[in-house]
Design a protein around this ligand. Structure first.
Ligand SMILES: Cc1cc2nc3c(=O)[nH]c(=O)nc-3n(C[C@H](O)[C@H](O)[C@H](O)COP(=O)(O)OP(=O)(O)OC[C@H]3O[C@@H](n4cnc5c(N)ncnc54)[C@H](O)[C@@H]3O)c2cc1C
Length: 474
């Protein structure tokens, strides 16, 4: 007889009848600890997270999601929801709860005429790109194709197309949602608009999204993109070029800076493997001719030690960084939004590159300025409309024995660099211990309205395996 945990932490005995009732009510498999499928479902991208749910329901459809929510309510069992399992804080899994695993729901339907795609909530980013690219269309998604669309979208979402089109959630037309009452509702600007507003950045606080409708944009199927790398000695020049592009470059051109020890990648000269590098991950999402012109100054900078910036498929661009972020390593991030990147910031950054303790860690700057800055602060809770760059200090290593050294490096760099922050931070990059004030910082002036939506749509805080904004957690 499995023992579970309620959302208030109390122990709950689950009877054989209760489990049999759940199994009879759903189409998808239900796994208990020790059963095949259980460990696969509870394992997430970040190996620092090792939580054991009391049971896992692998949903095969919306009716399974409703049955899972009803089960959690009836038996007072804590609930978590897993999309792609990529959240750094491991929000997809809670100890002793019911894990609603959406990863078998990966259907994508594209309406090329309407430039819209419907995606089930278990989709990974690559699933959506794969189908939309058949029509030369793209949704605004993130940089690593194995990330889940669900967590990314409900937390805001940014990627190569963000400077042109805004947050991922600015490009959502509608969502299908199962509420805390187990009701299936549609949300859009016209239907349940307060729930629609809250779900565009407010995370998993309000319901379980079962389907997303994305607005699509003509991009690809071929673009100019790729990566280009220089030795550490060129870091200052690369950062200055990045600043120039952030401030004056065309919105079609997105360059993320990655400062890290060189991985043993075949495209990087062998003699620099293991040494520090400055890398630009570049994507020009316009025409090939415009792209070639736009990347010319990048290719002309100094003497690159690796250059795969070329004509390529947009789909390959979207998975370019995948190998650098494998599932199963240990990860710890610290992140802030920046309104600008000035010389003082560059000078402050440099010493932290010298002390990177792991060959996999990096300091990354993502440009996001452009379309999102033009919308009002309260357009959606993703907000942060003054942000132009995301700073992410990404520690990544293999052995538990090295946890403290790597976490301490990220924390020290963050403590020093956070003085350059807008004061805001990205909710999807918050680590396990970042709650309270940090969640507040992620939402700023939108926090109070989010809290109101929470009390309307989830008054008992059923959905609490997230960056929770229920009043009692503040
Ligand atoms: C390698 C890597 C690269 C990344 N790159 C980017 C990037 O380029 N841009 C960017 O914006 N972010 C990026 N992220 C952050 C990413 O957006 C978040 O980690 C996000 O939570 C991942 O979504 P997921 O579905 O995989 O998460 P999961 O871990 O499965 O879920 C996280 C949380 O999302 C919520 N959630 C999940 N499914 C649902 C649902 N169906 N309904 C309601 N809530 C739900 C729940 O609160 C859940 O606990 C990256 C993360 C990683 C690990």
């Amino acid at each position: 007889m499995p023992e579970a945990r309620s959302s208030s932490g109390a122990t709950v005995e689950l009877s054989t009848e209760a489990l049999a009732g759940l199994r009879a009510a759903v189409r998808g498999p239900v796994h208990l600890p020790g059963e095949p499928g259980y460990d696969e479902a509870r394992t997430v991208w970040n190996a620092m997270i090792d939580r054991r749910p009391a049971l896992v329901l692998r949903c095969l459809g919306v009716a399974d999601v409703i049955a899972g929510i009803e089960f959690a309510r009836r038996h007072d069992v804590a609930l978590s929801v897993k999309g792609g399992g990529h959240n750094i804080a491991g929000l997809a899994v809670c100890d002793g709860g019911l894990l609603l695993d959406m990863s078998l729901m990966r259907g994508v339907w594209v309406d090329p005429g309407a430039r819209r795609a419907r995606a089930q909530a278990g989709c990974l980013l690559g699933d959506v790109d794969r189908e939309t690219q058949l029509h030369g269309l793209a949704a605004v998604l993130g940089f690593v194709s194995a990330t889940g669309v669900a967590g990314l979208t409900v937390g805001g979402g940014f990627g190569y197309l963000t400077p042109r089109f805004g947050w991922t959630c600015d490009n959502v037309h509608a969502m299908e949602v199962v509420t805390a009452e187990g009701r299936l509702v549609r949300t859009s600007a016209d239907e349940n608009p307060d729930l629609f507003w809250a779900l565009r950045g407010g995370g998993g606080n309000f319901g379980v999204v079962t389907g997303f409708e994305y607005d699509l944009h003509p991009v690809g199927p071929e673009i100019i993109g790729g990566a280009i790398a220089w030795r550490a000695g060129d870091t200052q020049r690369v950062l200055e070029l990045f600043r120039e592009l952030v401030e004056r470059g065309p919105r079609e051109l997105t360059c993320a800076v990655v400062l890290r020890p060189a991985p043993p990648a075949p495209w990087i000269e062998k003699d620099v493997h293991g040494q520090r590098l400055a890398v630009l991950a570049v994507c020009h999402s316009g025409t090939i001719a415009d792209g070639e012109r736009a990347v010319a100054p990048i290719k002309a900078l100094g003497k690159p030690v690796g250059d795969i910036l070329q004509r390529r498929s947009y789909a390959s661009q979207q998975s370019l960084l995948d190998a650098t972020q494998p599932k199963g390593r240990r990860y710890y991030w610290k992140s802030e939004y920046l309104a600008r990147v000035d010389d003082d910031f560059f000078a402050a950054l440099m010493p932290h590159l010298e002390t990177i303790p792991s060959p996999h860690s990096a300091i990354v700057l993502f440009p996001i300025g452009g379309a999102l800055n033009a919308l009002p602060a309260d357009h959606s809770p993703a907000g942060n409309r003054d942000a132009r760059v995301v700073l992410n200090i990404t520690a990544s290593w293999e052995r538990p024995a090295d946890d403290a050294r790597n976490v301490n490096w990220a924390r020290a760099a963050w403590r020093d660099l956070r003085r350059f922050s807008t004061g805001g931070t990205y909710v999807n990059f918050l680590t396990e211990e970042e709650t309270g004030d940090r969640i507040h910082a992620a939402y700023g002036s939108n926090y109070a309205r989010l809290a109101e939506a929470k009390s309307r749509w989830d008054p008992t805080n059923l959905f609490q395996a997230n960056k929770n904004i229920a009043p009692q957690t503040r």
